[in-house]
Design a protein around this ligand. Sequence first.
Ligand code: ZN
Length: 132
Amino acid sequence: MSSGALAPVFTEYIPSEPEEGVLYISMQFGTAVHLCACGCKAKVVTPFGPDDWILTFDGTVTLRPSVGNGQQQCRSHYYIRRNHIDWLPKMSPAATAAASARDRAAHTAAATAPDAVAPASWARRLWERLRR
Ligand SMILES: [Zn+2]
């Protein structure tokens, strides 16, 4: 573990080569980017939104939910709480799979309009009737 803190920097454009120990926050693009707190230099992108991350600013920044780098080799997992890194146990492969399934479900639910599923259930009802 390198540093235990992240300094928030509000910026319009996220630099292509972010510095370690800095949490870049772009309100224009609704996202934050930082280099993995473990020091592995993986770029971690945390978009804001009800199904993504919630950023709280009270002079310091807090990011919810936790940052789980299960896709990275380090598998590090931590909270960013009032500019500080609160370490959590490393992501297990199972936890990573569960987290990405949950993300997919949340995004699919948000992206799917109710009428988009109607034809499928209508077709299944018809199929059910034809089978009898
Ligand atoms: Zn890392």
